[in-house]
Design a protein around this ligand. Sequence first.
Ligand code: SF4
Length: 260
Amino acid sequence: MHHRRLIDPIALSEATERIVARRRIDEGLDRRYWRFRGGRWYGGIATADAVGCCLRCVFCWSWRIRDNPYTGVFYSARDVWVKLTDICVRRGYSQVRVSGCEPTIAFDHLEELIGLFDSDRRYLFVLETNGILIGAYKEYAERLSRFKKLHVRVSIKGCNSEEFSMLTLADPRGFELQLNALKNLIDEGVSCHPAVMLSFSDSTSRYKLLDRLKSIDDRLVEDFEEEYVFLYPHVEVKLREYGLKPRIAFKPNYIPEDLI
Ligand code: SF4
């Protein structure tokens, strides 16, 4: 059993940003990335894997990179835009995303990146986020609202604050920030839906969460996405370490070599 101090996700975001982001002389903000790839998710999506997160999810597939934030190379938003566009053109994709991290850390960088894609409207930007910062700072939702081809997928960790804390090692109050992200996005008219990690939840907590989502907006229940753990070997190691047994999980049929 681990007894450690709970993470303060806001403080961790700030500390992480100082490592994974760097101001250039021209004021632009670069961020560390470690990989650019195509992928079969969502029927084909160009993906940039960046470094750094403000949670410590026990089931995180990118925990090795996450816990070594000095890895990767600094890229400007324009560099990332060029690389992702190139993948889309070569593979015929129409969607892009940043993964393996929390993209809203170094928000100026993210905003510039989404802006570059939004200006030519060719590709849909899928923002996958844990929502902590969007929940804490309404201004972020407002800044996202000016983009036309953006959809935000808020990845909710468990169905309540206890599950959230057990799964993310963070202060349970972070769960409210996740839900508040959905509220802020809806208030600002940003297209969004919740994807909820349900591997460790029972049906009672799931129904209670659905009630809470309904009280924010009916659409959150209609668009509710279920998420389950992928049992990569390096993820199973972590689950064992923390004594967590998923009720439902997927066995991946291929293992990305660079994650082992
Ligand atoms: S929020 Fe995502 S990137 Fe961050 S620790 Fe959790 S699973 Fe990993």
